[in-house]
Design a binder for this molecule. Structure first.
Ligand SMILES: C[S@@+](CC[C@H](N)C(=O)[O-])C[C@H]1O[C@@H](n2cnc3c(N)ncnc32)[C@H](O)[C@@H]1O
Length: 247
């Protein structure tokens, strides 16, 4: 899959890092609260450039990261160099890991990236197999409200990287995000890139039902800035976090 292409990786780290940085802190605090004394091991599915995984590694966790994009995984390898992290280029709906983990996370709408509900089911089953009994899984997802929202196109420039991001029209339950940009390399050349990232909207209730079918017990659905407190109406928010546990 070539959505997260080479030059885009640099743009991702430059412009999209604040959210995973924040979520890395939030997932860490959450895990300490729900599973005090747990083994310190993390599976990061759709780990991207490894921003969340690196935060956990710095806190002493043994990390396994999975991402379908070779370019993102390559950057994660650089970021996690010197740790014992295992980074695997694989599809979230079809992966195996060398060791189970006590906590799994997926951050920044990985679930929406995975595709239709059958693929989401496979993804949730794969994560279930990769988490040790008694372990936890936290992920965020854009809701239908979040994906329907009309966000104006954004253009950003920072030194050597520029990007333009525009949402395309909704196509059924799928919404494309068009990203174009340019990266100026050290030797003065420019590398243009263009990619389309497709997100699929899933009703939260469908995801919770797929979680249960995959063997998870949902703990609660929360707002992303307060992971411990259940929200009564998840569909009213643009993005939510889901916390689940396996027996
Ligand atoms: C918005 S990025 C988030 C990356 C990272 N979790 C973070 O928070 O910085 C979404 C990531 O999901 C990955 N991804 C998309 N579809 C995937 C799939 N089917 N299997 C595994 N990873 C996938 C992309 O390659 C990308 O790295």
């Amino acid at each position: 899959m070539a959505e997260y292409v080479d030059a885009f990786v640099t743009a991702y780290d430059r412009f999209w890092a604040p959210y995973p940085e924040r979520m890395g802190e939030a997932w860490l605090r959450l895990h300490a609260r729900v599973a005090p004394g747990s083994e310190l091991s993390l599976l990061d599915v759709g780990c991207g450039t490894g921003i969340v995984a690196a935060r956990f590694a710095a806190a002493g966790y043994r990390v396994v990261g999975v991402d379908v994009s070779e370019a993102m995984i390559a950057r994660a390898r650089e970021r996690l160099a010197g740790t014992d992290a295992v980074l695997i280029a694989a599809d979230a709906a079809e992966f195996e890991v060398p060791r189970t983990c006590a906590f799994a996370v997926s951050t920044y709408d990985v679930l929406n990236h995975v595709g239709d509900i059958d693929r989401v089911r496979s993804y949730l089953r794969c994560v279930h197999r990769a988490v040790a009994p008694g372990g936890w899984f936290g992920f965020d997802m854009s809701t239908t409200k979040g994906l329907l929202a009309d966000v104006p196109p954004v253009a950003r420039q920072d030194g050597t990287v520029s990007v333009e991001v525009a949402r395309g029209p909704l196509d059924g339950d799928r919404r494309p995000l068009h990203v174009t940009g340019e990266l100026r390399t050290d030797d003065g050349r420019t590398a243009p890139f263009t990619t389309t990232i497709t997100n699929t909207a899933h009703p939260v209730a469908d995801v919770l039902s797929a979680l249960a079918d995959a063997g998870w017990t949902t703990s609660h659905v929360a707002a992303i800035d307060d992971l411990l407190t259940p929200v009564p109406d998840p569909e009213a928010l643009p993005r939510v976090a889901v916390l689940a546990r396996r027996d």
